[in-house]
Design a protein. Structure first.
Length: 207
């Protein structure tokens, strides 16, 4: 007795399979990138200053352009006031108006006999020096060490209601759509497989 080989028909891939696969890969890639960026930003802005001693602030104006542009994050390190020099860029509270935090360059520096330090600052892009003199209180002042371009802009963008809504509802909607399309694609394949099994049932040839 000999058995004949069972034939299995080739199943063609659905026409939309490559597109769905590409969409799934895109969603996964975007989700992974956003997660990595979010974790890195959290570590840099929230954890780093606590354990590594640096300070961060977002530049809101173009007064220090092109070195520091609006939306850039300024990284500064507490530095002894005694080591300040003309030309250093410092982040400090201005002594007038709302005492906002400003990041400008030192253009004048005076040390008095009693040990106090008085200075004037200027934005690199401004025509003149700031219209105030600041007496530094305390033993240290934050001195600029690095700039992270666009990070502040990205953080503000992520806080926008439209962006938050898109991230909250858009990504899950895409995933659900892909899942439903995958289920819809599998259902006909199972039915076709049953029909194919009936058409090509194994047979035995008698000797």
């Amino acid at each position: 007795m000999t058995a004949t080989a069972t034939q299995t028909p080739a199943t063609a891939a659905p026409a939309g399979a490559p597109l769905l696969k590409a969409a799934r890969m895109l969603v996964r890639t975007v989700s992974t990138v956003l997660a990595v960026v979010a974790v890195a930003a959290f570590l840099f802005l929230a954890i780093g200053p606590r354990f590594l001693g640096y300070q961060t602030s977002t530049m809101l104006t173009g007064s220090m352009a092109p070195l520091i542009n609006p939306g850039d994050v300024v990284v500064s390190v507490p530095t002894p006031v005694s080591s300040l020099r003309t030309g250093d860029i410092i982040t400090y509270k201005i002594p007038v108006e709302d005492q906002r935090v400003e990041t400008h360059r030192i253009v004048e520096l005076k040390r008095s006999a009693n040990g106090s330090t008085t200075l004037r600052t200027k934005g690199d892009a401004n025509n003149g020096a700031d219209p105030w003199q600041a007496t530094i209180q305390g033993d240290t002042v934050d001195v600029h060490k690095a700039t992270v371009p666009y990070l502040g802009t990205a953080i503000r963008a992520l806080r926008e209601p439209a962006v938050l809504m898109a991230l909250t509802y858009g990504a899950p909607a895409i995933l659900v759509t892909i899942l439903l399309a995958k289920i819809w694609r599998k259902a006909p394949s199972a039915a076709e497989g049953a029909e194919d099994g009936d058409n090509f049932a194994p047979t035995q040839a008698r000797a």
